[in-house]
Design a protein around this ligand. Structure first.
Ligand SMILES: NC(=O)C1=CN([C@@H]2O[C@H](COP(=O)(O)OP(=O)(O)OC[C@H]3O[C@@H](n4cnc5c(N)ncnc54)[C@H](OP(=O)(O)O)[C@@H]3O)[C@@H](O)[C@H]2O)C=CC1
Ligand SMILES: O=C(O)[C@@H]1CCC=N1
Length: 282
């Protein structure tokens, strides 16, 4: 979603407002979004909490100064977003389980942690929905995968879809596809930045200053993706548009194709998938 259409959401708490928690929070605080009651958020340290926006709709609690902060934060929440590191999830769920009212929806963004793990640590009356957003959520340009849990209702899934639509687009998938989706769109921004870094290195090697290289390369990526968005053409059509027969681009593309960029991305996403399975195993 590029423009925020009016949306209203029930009471929400976010446990862990690091990069991903804060990115989703930015959608909840965006114009046109109404969340019932204050948004309670928790962090471990004051250092992370200091990065939160100064907004009187927020109530921020710290676990390092109050061991009951997470339980206090989830009281009265209809949706509890869990955005701590995957390894911390089981302890966190045990900590909050008794404080969750029946009917609460716990939404996970944790990579690799299964819905079954969440459901095992939570009371019967609490539903779980698993998601995989990405960091462009910070600017309202996320792509988020969501998967229903065994106890969640279609209405709860719809509410969680609206939540993630405050930060971008949403694709509903079965949980069996969510780790694969994570290797594409969850990790995807990192692949894009790595390509940008590599092209920037090539620019500096060709004599441009760091500032000039950043202007050339960042501008090219932003311009090319904006053209993709606005033109309605496929990436292949747009690539062919640049690649004049017997021209200079043709030579560069041949080098990249000889290096089997497609195979490299298959191997990279396979490696990410294997890691998601390790995280799932705990
Ligand atoms: N980064 C990404 O691109 C994506 C991340 N994810 C998932 O999002 C989750 C968070 O990742 P990310 O935001 O990158 O990590 P961060 O480390 O940036 O954020 C985690 C946050 O959790 C806080 N925290 C740690 N322990 C507790 C606790 N017991 N109670 C409350 N808060 C706590 C930390 O506080 P403090 O800093 O004070 O210790 C920190 O602010 C992970 O599960 C990851 O798999 C999903 C999609 C994309
Ligand atoms: O690297 C990670 O584990 C998380 C999940 C997808 C993006 N970041």
């Amino acid at each position: 979603m590029t423009e925020h259409s009016p949306v209203s959401l029930p009471a929400i708490s976010i446990l862990g407002v690091g990069s991903m928690g804060r990115a989703i929070l930015s959608g909840l605080l965006a114009p046109g979004v109404e969340v019932d009651g204050p948004i309670r958020v928790t962090n471990r340290s004051a250092a992370s909490a200091a990065k939160l926006p100064d907004d009187d709709r927020l109530v921020s609690l710290l676990t390092e100064s109050d061991e009951n902060a997470n339980s206090a934060a989830v009281k009265g929440a209809a949706i509890v977003l869990v955005a701590v590191k995957p390894a911390m999830v089981p302890d966190l769920l045990d900590e909050i389980a008794d404080a969750l009212a029946p009917g609460t929806v716990v939404v996970s963004v944790a990579a690799g942690v299964s819905i079954a793990t969440f459901e095992k640590h939570l009371p019967e009356g609490v539903s779980v929905i698993r998601s995989m957003p990405n960091t462009p959520a910070t600017v309202g340009r996320a792509v988020t995968g969501v998967s229903a849990g065994t106890r969640s209702t279609p209405e709860q899934l719809e509410t969680v879809r609206r939540l993630f639509e405050t930060v971008g687009e949403v694709l509903e998938v079965s949980e069996s596809q969510l780790d694969a989706l994570s290797t594409i769109s969850g990790s995807g921004p990192a692949y894009v930045y790595l390509l940008i870094e590599a092209l920037t290195t090539a620019a500096v090697e060709k004599g441009f200053s760091a500032d000039e290289a950043a202007l050339l390369v960042n501008g090219t990526f932003i311009g090319a993706t904006e053209l993709l968005r606005q033109s309605g053409k496929t990436p292949e059509e747009l690539r062919i548009q640049v690649t004049s027969p017997k021209g200079t681009t043709e030579r560069a593309i041949a080098v990249l194709q000889d290096a089997r960029l497609d195979t490299l991305f298959t191997a990279a996403t396979d490696a990410a998938l294997a890691r998601a399975r390790e995280l799932a195993a705990g």
